[in-house]
Design a protein around this ligand. Structure first.
Ligand code: DX5
Ligand code: ZN
Length: 214
């Protein structure tokens, strides 16, 4: 049994058939579901918000892994918790000096708190939060869109973070993950893989999930 968690990103699912697509990743063995929230400010795209998370919560028991690519994420922690998120990941580039406060706020609701870094952010900048956050997300593309090319130099940040994490903490990668790039990330210390295009742009969703189960 693999210890790597697969979190399919519904950004690449059919938004008119979300329940159907979620059932297929669950049938394929996924335990988590990655939900990309974008505000058109932190990233140049707008996607999913609180009402969609609430609707998904009503139809699935998968772990709802909510990736907030938004400015002022602290304003939206409570609404996303109430909608049913199990994990809220915020960006260090959006929280800056308030990072500790935002992590504490998320944890105060009894859910998992994640902290993410964009490609240009060095892992040293978040050193003091590595042991505090439940999950660190290393972006391997510039956040904003699915289907982009994996940036290998971003994955080379993984060992620095892994060395500073305890057992039970998650090290997630997101962007351009497939069977080859995913394997590279797992070798470097990742234990949690987000994949959108690779999983949903296939007629064999189970096969794609299996191929990431290292
Ligand atoms: C990009 C998102 C990703 C995206 C990944 O900003 O955070 O979660 O859905 O898509 P793929 O796996 O297609 O690169
Ligand atoms: Zn994401």
């Amino acid at each position: 049994m693999s210890s790597v968690i697969i979190s399919p990103s519904i950004l690449s699912a059919d938004f008119a058939n979300l329940e159907r697509d979620i059932l297929s990743v669950k049938d394929g063995g996924a335990k988590w579901l990655h939900i990309d929230v974008m505000d058109g400010h932190f990233v140049p795209n707008i996607t999913i918000g609180v009402p969609v998370v609430k609707s998904l919560r009503a139809v699935t028991d998968l772990v709802l892994d909510v990736h907030l690519m938004i400015e002022n994420p602290e304003k939206y922690v409570e609404p996303f918790v109430k909608a049913g998120a199990d994990l809220l990941t915020v960006h260090y580039e959006a929280t800056g000096k308030n990072t500790q406060k935002v992590i504490d706020l998320i944890k105060s609701y009894g859910i998992m708190a994640g902290l993410s870094i964009k490609p240009k952010t060095k892992p040293e900048e978040i050193e003091k939060f590595i042991s505090i956050a439940d999950l660190i997300l290393v972006m391997t593309v510039e956040p904003g869109f699915g289907g982009q090319k994996f940036m290998q130099d971003c994955a080379d940040k993984l060992p620095y973070i892994k060395q500073r994490q305890a057992d039970g903490q998650y090290l997630q990668v997101d962007g351009g993950i497939n069977d080859v790039t995913g394997k590279y990330c797992v070798k470097k210390g990742a234990n949690n893989l987000v994949a959108g295009n690779y999983i949903f742009n296939s007629d064999d969703i189970k096969g794609r999930i299996d191929s990431l189960t290292f």
